[in-house]
Design a protein. Structure first.
Length: 256
């Protein structure tokens, strides 16, 4: 779920475009000479995944659905158990009761070799109830399983967007990359991904519908230091023209 754990620094890179849509040339002037090195879209996403923590983590927080003006429509706590460094990278999320004392529903996500996650969804009182597709909504919120698994960082069919560089919502200089799923996903033809040019960390994304239009977007709003590790504190998810937004908050993150 939260495999977006990064140190932040105010740095930037100067980049210029070449003809290949899968590569750009990064140019710098050193002592009057021009040094040129090609930057590959797949390499950039691979850099993002290499920054993810290998150690196990337990993350506690809450999911909040609210109107644009801040009126809260729904809120519930969650607990996330992450083990991305295991032989079979996996995570388990528990959706808790309002007082946080019991698990109402839970889901397991296991990463497969093709870069997709196998999802199993369970009710507290019974067995497995369904295997949702990656773009399915999580408990009626704006969140989808793609947001929680970040599978698109592992997709192999990637290229730079036609506008391959721009600013993120928080003003960071970013590469903009299009990633297509390895198999068709209902309602998702591709993901448009913003990656910090210097730090090579994922900052925001847009889900594109069957016609290439933006249907959802999500972005990192705030970060916080938990036990000497910078982590997401607040992630915002918005479904276009829905009239509401989902906020995913992290309160605690510790080793199990």
């Amino acid at each position: 779920m939260f495999r977006v754990f990064y140190s932040l620094a105010m740095l930037f890179a100067v980049v210029c475009c070449c003809a290949d849509t899968n590569e750009v040339s990064k140019t710098s002037e050193i002592g009057g000479d021009t040094a040129v090195s090609k930057v590959d879209a797949a390499d950039i996403l691979a850099s993002c995944t290499r920054m993810l923590p290998a150690e196990s983590l337990v993350v506690d927080g809450s999911i909040r659905v609210r109107k644009p003006r801040g009126i809260v429509l729904e809120e519930f706590p969650y607990r996330l158990l992450i083990d991305w460094g295991s032989v079979k990278p996996s995570a388990e999320i528990h959706f808790l009761s309002a007082d946080g004392t019991r698990t109402d529903e839970r889901a397991t996500l296991v990463r497969k070799s093709d870069g997709t996650s196998q999802i199993a969804y369970y009710r507290n009182a019974g067995g497995k109830v369904e295997t949702p597709h990656p773009a399915a909504r999580v408990r009626g919120t704006d969140l989808t399983w793609l947001d929680l698994s970040l599978d698109f960082l592992w997709w192999k069919s990637v290229r730079f967007d036609d506008v391959w560089k721009g600013e993120s919502r928080n003003g960071r200089d970013c590469y903009i990359i299009l990633a297509a799923p390895p198999a068709p996903i209902p309602g998702c033809s591709a993901m448009r991904i913003w990656v910090d040019c210097k730090l090579r960390c994922f900052l925001q994304a847009e889900q594109l519908g069957p016609q290439g239009n933006v249907v959802r977007r999500f972005w990192v709003q705030r970060v916080k230091k938990f036990n000497d590790r910078w982590m997401i504190k607040d992630m915002q998810v918005e479904t276009i023209n829905s009239g509401h937004r989902t906020q995913l908050l992290v309160n605690h993150a510790v080793a199990p």
